[in-house]
Design a protein. Structure first.
Length: 352
């Protein structure tokens, strides 16, 4: 490779020396040009800080001990350093073109979207693990009290029916999770009006609210009721409601965790939970749990498919009646869209 003529500053005096750069294996050699008499300098290539290539301006490479070399002829410098295999960082090259700027912008938007789509749920999962279970129970009690004030009435389901369902569910959970079942509590309630109707709802902390209307939707069909409870148990076990809360109040919870104060989160939970819904992934996970519990208890999964259809019909009828919204309580069972995919999941599981 040919040499490059440069101006050399030795770092001692401000006087420039005429010099030539030459590369020898992995070393950069700075030799005096004709008429100069400094001792040639041999540097490891890693010791040279090459300048970023800008559209305008000169080129100065920094050397150890305050020395430097300066370009006499910028295009010649660029050509010579390019020949060295010295590459500009991709950032510099990207900054030099409008296309690069545009691509960077698009990547930024995509990253923000990806963060919202994936990173936030992922982070929420991690952050939920940091929230003490005690907070779940406090929030759950608060939410149940607020539901009792607004949407629920005491159950009128006969005690023996309640006992039978409770025992069936307890047996299912015991069989599926002999040692690792989270705490749960079945709460029988009657829907105050048509807004809730046949429904079930898992609250943070393990309370599962079951409405009389759901039990009566398919008469003498405990299988379907247990399937729905299995689904809600899935939400409890995976702390889905908490995860949704954390995600919806990501900033607040960081502050809560930092100050050990969950008060704000707890008081805003009922309002927040009323407007939230589960993600499709959460629904799928809960369905998988439901299927596992039904199978282990010997309940045909088909019962869930039948139930989805019954609830669909109930919603149709309601829409016809009053044209009201059916999904005002996002976390409630009947708000989850009974998609063909979910119905098929349980129906296909039934065919051997
Ligand atoms: Zn659900």
């Amino acid at each position: 490779m040919t040499h490059l003529d440069v101006r050399f500053f030795d770092g001692q005096s401000s006087r420039p020396h005429a010099a030539r750069l030459r590369v020898e294996e992995d070393a950069l050699v700075i030799e005096p040009a004709a008429g100069e008499d400094f001792a040639p300098l041999v540097l490891a290539r890693g010791d040279v800080r090459w300048p970023e290539r800008t559209r305008h301006g000169g080129r100065i490479a920094q050397l150890p001990r305050g020395a430097s070399v300066q370009a006499l002829d910028v295009p010649a410098w660029d050509a010579w350093t390019a020949g060295l295999g010295h590459r500009d960082g991709w950032v510099v090259r990207a900054q030099q073109s409008w296309r690069g700027v545009l691509i960077a912008f698009v990547v930024l938007i995509a990253a923000a979207a990806a963060m919202y789509q994936w990173t936030l749920p992922w982070a929420a999962r991690g952050m939920t693990a940091l929230v003490p279970q005690r907070a779940d129970a406090l929030i759950g009690a608060q939410v149940l009290a607020s539901l009792d004030d607004s949407l629920l009435l005491p159950s009128t389901l006969p005690a023996q029916d309640q006992a039978r369902i409770r025992e069936g569910f307890a047996r299912m959970v015991r069989m599926a999770h002999p040692d690792d079942a989270p705490p749960w509590k079945l709460e029988f309630r009657r829907a105050r009006d048509e807004r809730l109707g046949p429904n079930a709802l898992a609250l943070p902390g393990g309370a599962i609210v079951l409405t009389d209307e759901l039990v009566r939707l398919l008469p003498d069909n405990d299988d379907a009721v247990l399937g729905v409870l299995g689904h809600e148990f899935g939400h409890v076990r995976l702390r889905h409601a908490m995860r949704q809360l954390v995600q919806a109040s990501a900033v607040g919870i960081v502050a809560s965790a930092a100050f050990g104060d969950y008060g704000t989160l707890i008081t805003s939970a009922p309002v927040l939970l009323a407007t939230l819904g589960y993600s499709r992934d959460a629904e799928r996970e809960a369905d998988v749990e439901s299927l596992r519990l039904m199978r282990i208890a010997g309940i045909p999964p088909r019962a869930m498919a039948d139930f989805f259809e019954a609830i669909e019909q109930w919603q149709e009828a309601r829409r016809g009646d009053q044209g009201g919204e059916t999904d005002f309580l996002g976390l409630a069972f009947s708000s989850h869209p009974a998609t063909a995919e979910r119905i098929a999941f349980f129906r296909d599981a039934s065919t051997p």
